[in-house]
Write a protein that binds this ligand. Structure first.
Ligand code: TXA
Ligand code: MG
Length: 326
């Protein structure tokens, strides 16, 4: 059921008794449960169809809660908490021993974030604890950025708090601070340049070594249509080739790109921010518009453009065997 802000206290009560609540953040909608209650967290994995070794992000109402959930917190994490929270930054830190292993997918690290969204913060305050919340979509699918998307994805959720469309539209930046230099595991709302500026030191811009964020290196963010990334210069040719094969082609483009004839225009982005804000809704609209192939011209890499390019690449990786998607 989709409900308004007047149901925050009721939503906190659902969390207290181990139930699930979907709630808005500034990035995407989350599917929340009491992060300290292993049975409640199990329900998240069941509702999403998510493998049990995928760690969840724990959402806090205040940076001062960091030491309850994390150990060996480095000074850099305190600087980032002071500067970026509330905001779209998830920090991976050492996990406090009392936190149930299921919350962190069995890892000895924990992802923490204070979201910058009024309704999310009032829910977190009313509840009083940490809320484990992945994006509120079924495993492998596009993250929801509107309450109706959550309802379409997950029918078992008791309550969906309606905060309207998410302001940013792509998930938080994940920064692993348990390694030196700190490493970006997923680009998002806080750019690598901003992080380096705040920290006064370099961060690793791409994960190296073994997959440090389980769930990050696979097919993700995949709509039912095939997604292909193209350069602006190749758009017209690719569109014609797909149409000649009988496909219904949709395009997503930055505003300065010319739109070829005979395609469905899914989205035109006037900036990287606008691209991020609407990307998932555009991908979702493929089904209703019977688009079978999406040609996306990515934005440039600067700022949140890196996150948009990352999600488009993952959506495109979903083209191979459909049955792998879970
Ligand atoms: O913007 C967001 O981050 C949204 C909103 C709801 O906060 N949440 C989100 O959660 O995107 P989710 O579960 O869809 O993606 C979180 C990713 C996981 O796939 C996992 O790879 C990574 O965060 N993660 C969480 N804890 C981690 C840890 N301890 N070590 C490494 N990666 C971790
Ligand atoms: Mg997700």
């Amino acid at each position: 059921m989709i409900v308004g802000p007047e149901h925050v206290e009721q939503a906190a009560e659902v969390l207290r008794r181990g139930g699930l609540v979907a709630f808005p953040t500034e990035t995407v909608y989350g599917l929340g449960a009491d992060a300290s209650n292993a049975d409640a967290v199990k329900r998240i994995f069941a509702a999403k169809g998510r493998p049990a070794d995928h760690p969840l992000i724990v959402h806090l109402s205040n940076a001062s809660d960091i030491d309850r959930w994390a150990v060996d917190v480095p000074p850099a994490a305190r600087v980032l908490a002071a500067r970026c929270w509330p905001g779209p930054l998830t920090m991976v830190l050492g996990k406090a021993p009392w936190v149930p292993p299921i919350t962190t997918g069995g890892l000895d690290t924990i992802g923490l974030r204070v979201p910058n969204q009024a309704l999310a913060l009032s829910l977190l305050r009313a509840f009083g604890g940490g809320v484990a919340a992945p994006s509120a979509n079924r495993f492998g699918r596009v993250s929801p950025t509107r309450p109706e998307d959550v309802a379409a994805e997950l029918d078992s959720v008791e309550l969906i708090l309606d905060g309207g469309p998410c302001r940013i539209g792509v998930e938080s930046t994940i920064l692993d601070l348990t390694v030196t230099p700190a490493q970006i595991l997923r680009p998002g709302g806080v750019s690598a340049d901003e992080l380096e500026e705040i920290l006064g030191m370099a961060v690793a811009r791409h994960p190296t070594g073994p997959a440090r964020a389980p769930g990050m290196l696979e097919v993700h963010y995949a709509p039912s249509a095939r997604v292909e990334l193209v350069d602006a210069s190749a758009l017209a040719l690719r569109a014609r080739e797909w149409r000649e094969q009988g496909e219904r082609v949709g395009v997503i483009v930055p505003a300065d790109v010319e739109i070829p004839a005979g395609v469905e225009v899914l989205g035109v982005a006037s900036s990287a921010e606008a691209y991020a804000h609407a990307l998932y809704a555009w991908l979702r609209s493929c089904d209703a518009r019977q688009v079978t192939v999406v040609l996306a011209v990515p934005p440039s890499e600067a700022g949140i453009g890196a996150a948009v390019r990352d999600r488009l690449r993952r959506a495109a990786a979903g083209d191979s065997p459909r049955q792998d998607r879970g």
